[in-house]
Design a protein around this ligand. Sequence first.
Ligand SMILES: [Cu+2]
Length: 490
Amino acid sequence: MYRREFLTRTMAGAAAYSAFNTTVPQIASAASSQAAQVVGSTQRLSIVKRTIEVNGKAASVLGLLRADGSSGLILDADSPLDVELASQIDAPTLIHWHGLTPPWDQDGVPDNPAALIKPGESRGYNFQLGAGGTHWMHAHTLQEQSLLAAPLIIHTAEDKKRDEQEIVILLHDFSFKSPEELLAGLKSSGGGMDMSGHDMGGMMNMDMSGGSMKRHMGSMSMGRGMAMDINDIEYDAYLANDRSLDDPEVFQVEKGGRVRVRLINGATATAFTVDTGNLEAMLIAVDGQDIETIEGKQFPVSMGQRLDLVLEIPKEGGSFPILALREGAPQRTGIILSTPGAAVAKVAAIGEVDGPLVGLELEQRLRPVRSSADRHVDKSFKVSLSGDMAKYAWAIEGDALKVFPGDHVELSISNMSMMSHPMHLHGHHFQVVAINGQRINGAVRDTVLLPMMSEVTIAFDAQNPGHWPFHCHHLYHMASGMMTYVGYEA
Ligand SMILES: [Cu+2]
């Protein structure tokens, strides 16, 4: 009964939304407070307030817990996502299923179209999955900074047959300040900056006189004297599964065993390079989509992105840190893999050198497992990413992104700003088909990095009607305007 009513409401919702709307209609969402009637395979997922320890101090954060108290969701690809999401916090909230392609009214961006979940309210979600992958879920609001995020892992039948140990790592950046304070700080430090920078060919170039923002001189294919920005928030800690390297999570692994690391960069404003240390790793998927295997020991991962790495633990055993190095800075976080009896050495939370800059070198090399056929392009769009650091205002300018169901769409994104932007499209997977003007048969994914002064073209099939956010996954860029929509026309 519950599910039938749910589906009826969902369809009513889909009918209520019409074509491309700049004003998003408020529709009756898939909301339900009928937890008592929920039967069968419905999983209950609770939005909770919890306390963790960071730098020896208690930190009040949010979280997403299953009935057994564990974090996030583990689902089967051949079963639907069937979740009763219950809010136990005292503020309105909502969760976005990052990497999944739900019907639009279950996507989880406030008022697009579903309303926030009120304190004490529950809401049902039910849609087909169809494919496996390393995904995640998070608040699409400033609550993301308060760690309202968790893994969403989907297993295929083949995954379960493999003789490997699965380890999930969720990265975060953590501040004892509230996200509202952090955002206000970014806005005000922009105004208080030393604006001695000059306009260089329409691009911003500025020196910082201090404050929480940090400037680095970049050397990436830029003219001399041009400044780039890497990190604009100095956090109190960088976390892997809620823990810093002062007290990292230690996973017991078998000598000679095979480990699959599913790593999610859930940080709001920090890109990392994953460093597997002495272990050679095989990168087998990005954003939950299989790729042709790439071997290495360092792999960049920007905000919102995921990496699946396979590691072979040496027969002689030992302990093996898997680190995430903060871009352009010495801070790092991570976990330790350790075989029984091995000594676990302490790893400092600050390394000796800055983490590498995160660019598109790896992206250039990624190839999908299944090459998609060259398709006729029905719609081609161009947008550019820009920012005004003085006001801390960000924008996506260019074509209106209006599509018809069935269109094969190419979207060229150029980044004219002095920061990198991981761009995420909701409701679809896209393929990276060009980088800086060079066509490639690139990875299928849902979040692609636009380093400063770069251009990336993505292609996707318009097959999920709605009014879908396309935005930067830097939380404070998104909150300061770097968001637009792909809208379906009937
Ligand atoms: Cu951005």
